[in-house]
Design a binder for this molecule. Structure first.
Ligand code: FES
Ligand SMILES: [Fe+2]
Length: 414
């Protein structure tokens, strides 16, 4: 049962975090960004997509990693394995694949038509006899280390990973194993470039403190209300470099009370990101790593995998945010909301309604993320303060600082 003081005790202190300020310079300093490239992004395992994105042999997508000036092909090879390679030709280093995704038996470089099979091996060289001692076996696409965990594809950009994916995920993998993801093959994708440091963008999507201020109409009715007007988290957990929190659901919320159309669209009063209906249960609701305290008024979880992706889960939906730095002060953000494929007109309209609703909330965020960066770069403030609700922001910043000063990934994880 809710108690008026339920949201008063400090989660931040109970999980053993400091309560001090965080330096603004980690969001603005180009030297810090260089350190993060080598010590955070090159050492960490980076999530690049789900396996359902490339279900058939030959399916592939290309991931542009501006932070490494790299373009990576992630391919479902003929032998069933998923592999990653640098998208760079062995002939004279041109870019090979120019499509963002597709199905290919061969990746053919358009410059002189060297062709690679979908396992990355060099398969065809025009006028091969004109070369001098060319060893085709040594001229495949340069492989990138790849591992799959629970359907999530991770790559590692170090010459050799310092820790395995399992070691890297550590207690987060234990907590989150075995979740049944609903509709994993049908995401709505939102993408944009923000003029802000990647951490500032990630932080926006990991705290609900701003909901009452900037989303009063879109998210406010679901996530705020008495006795929790500022949407304090109902629980938080730190899992090594990673972190999670559970958000509260206003049981009195009637998000569609004023709209007859929305009531027709959502007869079960389903809210914007598939939050639980009264008493609803399923394998996601019951999973031990989801809403771990099994709070009866639970809306959704934010799981922030270090360094740069969020896996957010509600009873009826999951969605992800990826934050890819393109410079110290710019970030490509890519969100995927995994929805049901529409089978009826009503479901089709539900999807349209959902997409426009969620786009509105993202626009509400966008301006604030960018203006925060402007303020940070003015140098007027040396520190930022994190509230109880911003516990994941705090842990995220602390982990970046820790990884930035650790000389090995093992030290950073210790
Ligand atoms: S650079 Fe690719 S075929 Fe020449
Ligand atoms: Fe927001």
């Amino acid at each position: 049962m809710n108690h008026p003081n339920e949201f008063k005790p400090s989660l931040t202190e109970s999980v053993g975090l400091n309560t001090g300020t965080i330096p603004t310079s980690i969001y603005t300093d180009p030297a810090q960004f260089e350190i993060e490239r080598e010590r955070v992004f090159r050492r960490a395992w980076l999530m690049v997509g789900r396996v359902e994105r490339i279900p058939k042999p030959g399916d592939f997508f290309v991931k542009e990693l501006a932070i490494f000036k790299a373009s990576i092909i992630v391919a479902h090879s003929e032998d069933g394995k998923i592999r990653a390679f640098h998208n760079v030709c062995a002939h004279r280093a041109n870019v090979v694949e120019h499509r963002a995704s597709g199905n290919a038996k061969r990746f053919v470089c358009r410059y002189h038509s060297w062709g690679y099979n979908n396992s990355g091996e060099l398969a065809h060289v025009p006028d091969e006899s004109g070369f001098f001692g060319l060893d085709k076996k040594k001229c495949g696409l340069t492989p990138v280390t790849l591992e799959v965990w629970e359907g999530w594809i991770f790559i590692n950009m170090a010459p050799a990973p310092e820790v395995s994916l399992q070691e890297f995920l550590g207690p987060m993998a234990d907590a989150m194993a075995g979740i049944e993801y609903q509709n994993p093959d049908h995401p709505i994708v939102l993408r944009g470039e923000f003029k802000a440091n990647w951490k500032a963008v990630a932080e926006n999507f990991s705290e609900a403190y701003h909901i009452a201020s900037i989303h009063p109409k879109t998210l406010g009715p679901v996530y705020t209300g008495q006795p929790n007007p500022f949407s304090r988290p109902i629980s938080a957990s730190l899992y090594g470099a990673h972190r999670s929190l559970s958000l509260w659901l206003n049981p009195a919320a009637q998000p569609f009370a004023k709209s007859k159309v929305a009531q027709w669209l959502f007869p079960a009063n389903h809210s914007v990101t598939g939050t639980r209906q009264e008493g609803q249960t399923n394998s996601v609701v019951e999973h031990k790593g989801v809403n771990p305290t099994k709070h009866e008024h639970w809306s959704s979880d934010v799981n922030w995998f270090f360094p740069n992706w969020h896996l957010q889960i509600s009873a009826n939906q999951f969605w992800t945010h990826e934050f890819w730095p393109t410079s110290a002060t710019t970030t490509v953000w890519e969100a995927r909301f995994y929805n049901k494929k529409a089978k009826t007109v009503r479901e089709r309209l539900q999807l349209e309604h959902f997409t426009s609703h969620i786009t509105d909330t993202m626009l509400e965020d966008l301006g604030n993320i960018e203006s925060m960066q402007v303020g940070m770069e003015s140098g007027a403030k040396s520190f930022v303060y994190f509230n109880e609700s911003e516990i994941l922001c705090r842990h995220g910043a602390e982990q970046v600082i820790k990884w930035s000063s650790s000389s090995t990934a093992k030290d950073a994880l210790a």
